[in-house]
Ligand binder design. Structure first.
Ligand SMILES: Cc1cc2nc3c(=O)[nH]c(=O)nc-3n(C[C@H](O)[C@H](O)[C@H](O)COP(=O)(O)OP(=O)(O)OC[C@H]3O[C@@H](n4cnc5c(N)ncnc54)[C@H](O)[C@@H]3O)c2cc1C
Length: 358
């Protein structure tokens, strides 16, 4: 195992967890991340103070054992999503929002204190900094004499002479197909499978508003709302137990419509909707943010912006054997068999590719 030298492409949860596991196994590796930060789809609002999730917010420990174990190992505190109180339903512009008896799910959604980015920040402290290269976007992988060589868009050409025994891709499969050149090419059927695998949640955009107090709770509302008017279609309480009050919503407009809309106008439309639902206090947030994942070119590929695709099920990279099969291992949540799309899948896929290293 000690002759193995692994290149990890992507520093989201999957790539970073892979790095963490390889560190523990004393395997030589280098992680390349295109952004100036780790975490990929995991992103919380900027501090100071408790942070709120612009990407994933929920985990379900009962059937996500890897994530539950990692959170415990990293000594990160969790709490249950607030659902107590009435739910609001906005049916039409002609009718005021309807108040409905609160709805409880059988599986409690759990949240992370001060945002899911805590997982990334804690994991990053366990991985030696010299093994992580940020601002390094890989554009090409070449196979020569059973070794792989990487090319990056901004990296000095010295990288092109570094030899790796394995490459683990921990980026969304569709983005892998769209943005990395392989020399020689990977099998066409493999490339097609990647290109046809939707990137989970990539078509979506989230609005988060921070408030001085959770005034909706005092009014007997849970913070949960559904709307047929928009721009948000689903809203939830996003308060943090450390005392920071917030609401968040998923924006229902398609990615193409969001692209043509002025960001300030969209923020204002979300703000007004919060006001319609939760009253005038909701129109004066301390701060508010939109994160549009569909137009984040390091998350969404062109095909992800269509929003209509179903969640795919099943690992998509095992069927085809080609010249790359022993060298190129494909990870990231979209490659997970059971939990694809979720943070659990990012961990599962990392464990699976590591078991295939030899
Ligand atoms: C709005 C939203 C809500 C979600 N809600 C939940 C939830 O409640 N619960 C849940 O479990 N999951 C949820 N998810 C899904 C969850 O975020 C993902 O499962 C998980 O973060 C995926 O991690 P990953 O490492 O596989 O991929 P990513 O996080 O996408 O990481 C891939 C990394 O590769 C990098 N990269 C891309 N191209 C290159 C390149 N050429 N060179 C180098 N680096 C590159 C990217 O910058 C990125 O850092 C949500 C996602 C979103 C967007």
């Amino acid at each position: 195992m000690n002759t193995v030298k692994v290149a990890i492409i992507g520093g989201g949860l999957s790539g970073l967890y892979t790095a963490y596991l390889l560190s523990q196994m004393n395997v030589e590796y280098q992680l390349f991340e295109a952004r100036d930060r780790l975490g990929g789809r995991i992103l919380s609002t900027p501090g100071p103070g408790p942070r709120h999730d612009l990407g994933p917010a929920w985990m379900w420990p009962d059937f996500q054992p890897r994530l539950a174990a990692l959170v415990e190992e990293l000594e990160i505190a969790t709490f249950a999503q607030h659902t107590e109180g009435a739910t609001l339903l906005e049916r039409s512009p002609q009718q005021p929002p309807r108040r409905m008896v609160g709805w409880e799910s059988g599986n409690t959604s759990m949240r992370i204190h001060s945002g899911v980015q805590q997982i990334i920040d804690a994991l990053a402290t366990k991985v030696p900094a010299e093994h992580i290269l940020l601002n390094c976007r890989i554009t090409k992988v070449t196979l020569r004499n059973s070794s792989a060589f990487l090319k990056a868009s901004d990296e000095p050409s010295s990288l092109e002479n570094v030899e790796f025994t394995h490459v683990i891709s921990a980026m969304p499969l569709r983005l892998l197909a769209q943005s990395i050149e392989f020399d020689p090419p990977v099998a066409a059927s493999r490339m097609t499978q990647w290109a046809e695998t939707p990137t989970w949640m990539a078509p979506h955009a989230k609005y988060v508003a921070l408030y001085p107090a959770p005034f909706w709770r005092a009014a007997g509302l849970s913070g949960t709302a559904q709307s047929h008017i928009g721009p948000m279609v689903e809203i939830h309480d996003a308060c943090d137990p450390a005392g920071s009050a917030a609401l968040f919503g998923f924006i229902g407009l398609p990615a193409s419509a969001r692209k043509t809309m002025d960001q300030g106008a969209l923020l204002e439309a979300c703000n007004q909707q919060m006001g319609r639902l939760f009253g005038t206090d909701a129109t004066t947030p301390l701060a508010h943010y939109i994160k549009d994942w569909a137009w984040d070119e390091l998350t969404a590929a062109d095909g992800d912006r269509l929003a209509t695709e179903a969640h795919h099920s099943g690992r998509t990279d095992t069927a085809t054997k080609d010249i790359w099969s022993d060298v190129l291992l494909v990870s990231g949540t979209e490659a997970s068999l059971e939990h694809n799309g979720y943070m659990e899948g990012a961990l599962d896929a990392a464990q699976v590719v590591i078991s295939r290293l030899h």
